[in-house]
Design a protein around this ligand. Structure first.
Ligand code: TIU
Length: 236
């Protein structure tokens, strides 16, 4: 059990996936899509280090890992005009930015930050919307892997993390949002966004910090990995 709000979370590593939402340069680095919407991107940098540590722990525990990236096809055919019209007119989706065309698949800025680069065998889901299910293979991946629990991380807490958690909740997944591994451009949204997940008895899911998740994974791993007396006897 992971100590969590509003109640302990019964993690089952075989049925759980770590989901890293949109940890892309366009959201985290100056000059990308996030900044073009008028945001202070430095607010998101604090997520990278704890999430890197959690990612390593989940890799070591053999947990399914799924990265997502928000973005669009080069011809923008998958971008609704309403989304295209948002933000600073000279820096909209598809416009040239310091890291290539903003939020366009295949561009440098659209890809994940170096610290969290996917390893072979990890899923990378490209999504045109804020939620991970809309217009993607995310749901199929979860079903095929027998996943019922999502350990949710990434950015931003109140936008893509919330949309994904709400979509997942309606589809029957148990979502644990990791408080120091999700980030918002707005400190007040970060605080309230997390409260909204766990309020009303966990209306959308659970909230715990990464230390709590890692402690549980280490103890699970110790139990699974501990040699039996017979194994020690053979080894001797
Ligand atoms: N603007 C904002 O807070 N977020 C997004 O546009 N996308 C994600 O959250 N990934």
């Amino acid at each position: 059990m992971i100590p969590a709000q509003p109640a302990p979370f019964p993690l089952d590593p075989d049925s759980a996936a770590l989901v890293l939402i949109d940890m892309q340069r366009d959201f985290l680095l100056p000059g990308g899509f996030g900044e073009s919407l008028g945001n202070d991107v430095s607010q998101l940098q604090r997520v990278v280090e704890p999430l890197r540590t959690l990612l390593e722990a989940c890799r070591a525990a053999g947990i399914t890992i799924i990265h997502t990236r928000e973005g669009h096809l080069p011809d923008l055919s998958d971008c609704p005009p309403a989304k295209l019209r948002r933000g600073n007119p000279s820096q909209r989706i598809g416009d040239p930015g310091p890291y290539g065309r903003i939020l366009i698949r295949g561009e440098y800025g659209h890809d994940l930050v170096d610290e969290l680069a996917p390893e072979p065998g990890e899923h990378v889901v490209d999504k045109p919307g804020k939620g991970a299910f809309y217009g993607t293979e995310f749901g199929d991946i979860l079903e095929r892997a027998g996943i019922t629990q999502l350990i949710v991380t990434g950015v931003t807490t109140e936008v893509c993390v919330h949309t994904t958690v709400r979509e997942a909740n309606d589809r029957g997944y148990d979502c644990l949002v990791v408080s120091d591994c999700v980030g918002s451009y707005f400190p007040e949204f970060q605080k309230v966004g997390l409260q909204m997940v766990a309020a009303q008895g966990g209306i959308f899911g659970w909230v715990a910090d990464s230390d709590a998740v890692i402690s549980e994974l280490s103890s699970e791993f110790a139990v699974v990995g501990a040699p039996t007396d017979e194994a020690w006897a053979v080894a001797r």
